[in-house]
Ligand binder design. Structure first.
Ligand code: ZN
Length: 294
């Protein structure tokens, strides 16, 4: 069943809307797009999808400086992370179990957009040598106490060693990028040949997006998330930078479901088994391997 063509609500953004940027796909360079709908405050942003690879773009892009990493409000972000600690820890354990089956520790692990460094701390505890890139100047984060090296630069500007890392991870980062290809290129270049990449992002193919669930739309299809992927578009972009996808899946990253008894995790597991296998869950993940020297 090809779920990519399913949409419960039809397009509501007219073709040729003059408020939108001229289209050139940030994933594949194609110049033909399909308009979908408007989102954001005063419906000021249009969502258009590349007719070739399926990558969704929010337009127009910001002209001046934009806090694309949502780094201005780090205090409230840190408080939210703390309140959802059990959920983050649960997902970090799951991810490390999956990654260690492909690249067992010890090995060199890089995280792009590592925020407060919670995943890096968990990866270090699992036996990896870790390093992160994070442009936001965060306050009292755990990486200081764990003596973990963080490069305090943007993804676009950071200079990374070539061919050094066994694993490169980006969790909920690629959707923020003005140019998602730069993130993928830098991750690919930093990997050894045979190294493993993991990218996680909101799933534009999710059932909640197709139904335009207000909660999903407000959290995910909103200014700041300039590019929204589904499995096909993300795997296509990775192939263009020398990464061969080996696994793609969708899941519900319900951070509030854990540490409060067994019922809510059981409900999430049921939803994952019902919708995740169809590519319809809210979060998309792709794992790939670097197949050639870049
Ligand atoms: Zn495209």
């Amino acid at each position: 069943m090809d779920v990519s063509s399913l949409s419960i609500l039809g397009p509501s953004l007219p073709a040729g809307d003059s408020s939108l940027d001229p289209f050139k796909c940030a994933g594949c360079g194609h110049t033909q797009s399909r308009p979908l709908f408007r989102v954001g405050p005063a419906k000021a942003y249009g969502v258009v999808v590349c007719r070739s690879c399926g990558l969704a773009h929010l337009q127009p892009k910001p002209k001046g400086r934009w806090d694309g990493y949502q780094s201005a409000d780090t205090e409230s972000y840190a408080a939210a992370v703390q309140s959802l600690r059990s959920g983050f820890d649960h997902h970090h354990r799951l991810l490390l179990k999956k990654l260690s089956s492909l690249v067992p520790p010890p090995g060199q692990l890089l995280e792009m957009g590592c925020s407060g460094g919670d995943f890096l701390v968990a990866a270090k505890e699992a036996g990896y040598q870790v390093c992160g890139v994070e442009p936001a100047k965060l306050g009292d984060h755990r990486t200081d106490r764990e003596n973990i090296h963080i490069l305090n630069e943007s993804v676009e500007q950071v200079s990374l060693p070539l061919g050094k890392f066994d694993l490169a991870v980006a969790i909920q980062v690629i959707e923020h990028m003005h140019d998602p290809k730069i993130l993928c290129e830098k991750m690919a270049q930093s990997l050894k040949t045979g190294g493993v990449i993991y990218i996680e992002t909101p799933n534009f193919g999710a059932l909640a997006r197709r139904c335009r669930s207000p909660r999903f739309m407000n959290l995910n299809v909103a200014p700041g998330h300039w590019h929204l992927f589904e499995s096909r578009s993300l795997m296509g972009l990775l192939r263009r930078v020398g990464i061969e996808p080996v696994l793609s899946w969708t899941f519900f990253k319900s951070l509030s479901a854990y540490g409060r008894g067994p019922l809510r995790p059981a409900a999430v597991a049921m939803l994952n088994s019902l919708l995740g296998g169809w590519g319809l869950a809210n979060t998309l993940a792709v794992i790939g391997r670097k197949v050639e020297k870049i």
